[in-house]
Design a binder for this molecule. Sequence first.
Ligand SMILES: N[C@@H](CCC(=O)N[C@@H](CS)C(=O)NCC(=O)O)C(=O)O
Length: 315
Amino acid sequence: MGEVPGAAADAPPLRRTLYWGSGSPPAWRVLLALTEKGLPFRSEQVSFESGVLRTPPMLSLNPRGLVPIFIDGSVRMYESLAILMYLELTYPEPALLPRDAASRARCLTRMHEANSLSAACGEIVYYVRRTPPADINEAYLSAKRDALWEELSLWESYLVGEGASEACGRGLPRQGQRRRSGARSCRRGCSTNDAHACTHALRLAAVYVAGDAFTLADASFFPNLAYCVRLGLALEGCVCCSHGGMVKGRECVCALFTAGRGFLLFANSSCRRPFPVRRRYPNLFAYMERLTRRPTVLATWPPHWSQSPGLPILS
Ligand SMILES: N[C@@H](CCC(=O)N[C@@H](CS)C(=O)NCC(=O)O)C(=O)O
């Protein structure tokens, strides 16, 4: 039997049980929702390596042999998104779904859409893990990586908020142009003050993926994003290269592709731009930072992630 979050040692047996595995994003979704809602449950952590999920008792709970599996009294269910919805309908407070129809629709869309990120990431992970290094098809892998970057760009755009503004505060880029007024502008058209800091008003990044509150959409999406980061995805870094940049001290030391004789040749040089040049996914970066400070996220962080690094498959 696992530990019982939120329950006293002499508490009566709990009606809820969650079977989960460390590092499984679908299982983490349910751990997060239960913790956000403050629902005590019996925690049954299973080991993927042990093969226990393929034993008859576990297959009777989920014939697919996967976690999460959730039990609530006489209710037994699997499939993380179904469990999230069940929890919301059965235990509506505190709400993880917005009340108004438009926000609710957006939240449910994002909640399901998060599976596109796990699919894009999963294709790379399974390919790299199952293919002997000598047989890796670089063109195939590169296309799959591009698909993942595209998927992340979509989420990056979802995190752009509306209305709120603040100064971006970026340093003046080298190619700043002097405007008629005497003010200079950065590539985004930001105006700058004499202290070379951009004072352009930017739309603030939205705080959560479906608006300004943590919802089922975040419970669904965040574990997938954290999984990508665990596998080496760089949300920050120099965007001048396609590798996410490598930062040494305060400089990007990525190798650059440079033009030569009409071809793009690989030059083993570094761009040496001051870091941060730009964040590749600034809104996702801020979101990741914000959520990793959230108490429910900290309380449910995959235990083995704190003890060992992930394989750098996406770096
Ligand atoms: N669609 C399912 C996917 C569940 C799933 O794939 N679980 C994986 C962990 S991420 C699992 O239990 N794998 C069993 C194993 O690796 O033995 C859901 O959303 O709950």
